[in-house]
Design a protein around this ligand. Structure first.
Ligand code: G
Ligand code: G
Ligand code: MN
Ligand code: NA
Length: 252
């Protein structure tokens, strides 16, 4: 309850910040996109993880307000980052299950995109795979509408959820983000390494982009590059950085 009170206050007092983790080309290390990640510096507790406060925001009915703030920040960063760019530089925005199931999401995205003059092509939405199980559900319809606008859809934490390969064929997904737990054991666990190769092979067949998450060592990066993975995020390259720092980073 107290965290809920504090979160309301945080929204008003500007204690929240959006940081951006670069997404890089493994071949060159060049930054070609990024993922927006919420940061909250609590006046007494210090850094509070979004893993902790997103569920609080959801239960308190604050997630729409928080989501709108994240999207507005992300769009305005995308506009600045894409000024003069020849290739679209995408900002990936995380959406929780509750956000996608809420009825106003698509209208909210349309409004903010138009208000900030952000091209939907500069946005990617990250969701978790369990949302796709309900084919005729609200979530899948919302994702379809976002895609029709020109945004792309990524499956976050791929491999950790209720992975049903059938949904990959049924639903148009643009990007698979391989969960960091796979990447961390790729160079020590033969079985995990083979699974990563299988994921890369499926993605090639379905024309999907793959992003390896949580790359921390050169050995992991070398393994991924050798297996044909083109894109990665992780502490080896950069943690999430403030907007000003992101704007100085690009390679394409
Ligand atoms: O940022 P960190 O490295 O601690 O992320 C922890 C979790 O919080 C991740 O699962 C991430 O997807 C989620 N998260 C971070 N920022 C946002 C956000 O803006 N919206 C939502 N819904 N989740 C976020
Ligand atoms: O669930 P999602 O993929 O959105 O979460 C991203 C989370 O992963 C964030 O909390 C981010 O800070 C964290 N992260 C990013 N790069 C690395 C990394 O190289 N290693 C680890 N352990 N975590 C990372
Ligand atoms: Mn994510
Ligand atoms: Na992830």
């Amino acid at each position: 309850l107290t965290l809920e009170f504090d979160l309301r206050r945080a929204l008003q007092r500007g204690e929240l910040a959006l940081h951006y983790q670069p997404k890089v080309l493994l071949a060159s290390g060049a930054t070609v996109g990024c993922e927006a990640l919420l940061r909250w510096t609590h006046p007494r507790l210090g850094q509070v993880s979004p893993e902790l406060f997103i569920p609080v925001a959801e239960d308190a009915g604050l997630i729409n307000q928080l989501g709108a703030w994240v999207l507005r920040e992300s769009c305005s960063t995308a506009v600045a980052w894409n000024a003069g760019a020849t290739q679209p530089r995408k900002v990936a925005v995380n959406l929780s299950a509750r956000q996608i199931q809420a009825s106003g999401l698509v209208a909210q995205v349309k409004e903010i995109v138009s208000e900030t003059r952000c091209k939907p092509q500069w946005l990617e939405f990250e969701i978790t795979e369990s949302l796709l199980l309900d084919e005729d559900g609200v979530a899948v319809k919302a994702l379809q509408a976002l895609r029709d606008m020109g945004a792309t859809i990524a499956i976050d934490d791929f491999g950790t959820g209720y992975s049903a390969l059938s949904y990959l064929a049924r639903f148009p997904i643009d990007t698979l983000k391989i969960d960091k737990s796979f990447i961390h054991s790729a160079t020590t666990d033969h079985f995990r390494a083979e699974l990563i190769k299988a994921i890369l092979s499926i993605a090639r067949c379905l024309n999907q982009e793959v992003v390896a998450e949580g790359v921390e060592t050169p050995e992991q990066a070398d393994f991924l590059a050798a297996e044909g993975c083109q894109l990665a995020q992780g502490f080896l390259f950069s943690k999430a950085v403030p907007r000003e720092q992101l704007l100085g980073m690009f390679g394409a």
